[in-house]
Write a protein that binds this ligand. Structure first.
Ligand code: GTP
Length: 344
């Protein structure tokens, strides 16, 4: 009998480290001589994470919406087409950080009705520092979404442990254990784990955990809020219909210091940003990442035509304010006679 195609779902809140883990898994499988393929879903209109994945890896991109609701129907089609076209040995679905993973589990299960696929597990990556903070405040839709992502995981990666103290790491491990009694918890920095250890620890999908004892998921007022200032709203799913994304296409380069300052001053409600920018004062293009108040800049030379673009994801922030500020940065360059060169 034909073997079922193994499928893994990567879940975890925005910026927790899913793409970092994806890169490790892909290297692992390729090292074993296997052919992995990826379904990547982004809230923004461009796939910036895709740039970090080697071009030889077949990829289906689902952009501009969340896989678990607004474009969920497309997942079956994309996955089926990818499998048919590329005949991979293994497929990873990287959901947006705003996705409710159970909806994706549902969609994959649907596909298995007509395609030989086996859902091997749901890996949830947790940003240790972010979870501690949310746990302490114990409110908001983000908190509930994180909780849901943790509850149904088959394995939990407690990532970014470099950003918490030893005591906090213990505290956060207890939280994870309380919310998910089944999954193995693997602490990590930059998801640096033995892929075998990770994949062996997968013990199936714990959908029942959602309704388990001590369930703290509660409906509350802010679940009904929808953003006005939005470029995108996950329209139908109550867990994250508060999440919004704004995509900004740059028409010209910006000054690196001013841009760094702009990133530093992003409103708290923007919890994830990424993009590609050309700086007027350096000769390179940079991929920038911003997750839970930490920014990273990496020099890149993108393959093919990639625009200068930035995607901002968060809750209830004003996209018009961000747009105005970015346009100001772009304009300032025009007003300046000569830029001083610096290297980041
Ligand atoms: N300090 C620290 N930074 C990390 C760690 N792991 C990942 N990062 C950084 O966090 C940022 C987000 O990482 P990604 O792997 O892109 O996160 P993601 O979950 O794929 O993000 P989205 O797809 O936007 O939800 C990047 O700048 C990473 O370099 C970690 O363990 N510690």
């Amino acid at each position: 009998m034909e073997q079922a195609m193994p499928v893994y779902i990567l879940s975890g809140f925005l910026g927790s480290g899913k793409t970092t883990l994806l890169q490790r898994l892909l290297d692992h499988w390729k090292g074993l001589g296997l052919k992995p393929a990826v379904v990547m879903n982004e809230l923004g209109e461009v796939n910036l994470d895709g740039l970090l994945v080697e071009q030889s890896v077949p990829m289906a991109e689902m952009l501009g919406g969340c896989i678990c609701c607004s474009i969920r129907g497309d997942l079956s089609t994309e996955l089926a087409t990818l499998i048919k076209k590329e005949s991979p040995d293994v497929v990873v679905i990287e959901a947006t950080g705003a996705a409710n993973p159970l909806e994706i589990v549902d969609a994959v299960t649907e596909i298995s009705l007509y395609q030989l696929v086996e859902l091997k597990g749901l890996i949830t990556v947790v940003d240790a520092a972010h979870l501690i903070e949310l746990y302490r405040s114990q409110q908001g839709a983000t908190y509930r979404l994180m909780q849901e992502q943790i509850r149904c995981a088959s394995v939990l990666i407690l990532n970014k442990t470099d950003r918490v103290t030893k005591e906090e790491a213990e505290e956060v491990t207890e939280i994870l254990r309380k919310w998910n009694a089944y999954a193995e918890i693997l602490p990590a920095v930059r998801c640096a784990l033995e892929p075998e250890e990770l994949l062996d620890g997968l013990g199936g999908i714990h959908t029942e955990a959602r309704f388990g004892e001590g369930d703290e998921l509660q409906e509350s007022e802010d679940q009904d809020l929808t953003s006005k200032d939005t470029e995108w709203t996950g329209a139908s799913h109550s867990t994250h219909d508060h999440v919004m994304a704004y995509t900004h296409y740059f028409k010209r380069p910006v000054n690196s210091e001013e841009f760094e300052q702009f990133v530093k001053e992003l409103p708290r409600d923007v919890y994830r940003a990424k993009g590609i920018v050309t700086f007027s004062d350096t000769s390179s293009r940079f991929l920038f990442q911003y997750a839970y108040r930490e920014a990273d800049f990496m020099k890149i030379t993108p393959q093919g035509e990639v625009p200068d673009v930035a995607v901002f994801i968060g809750e209830h922030f004003s996209s018009s304010d961000l747009r105005t500020r970015l346009l100001q940065l772009e304009k300032r360059i025009l007003a300046r006679p000569a830029a001083v060169k610096r290297s980041l």
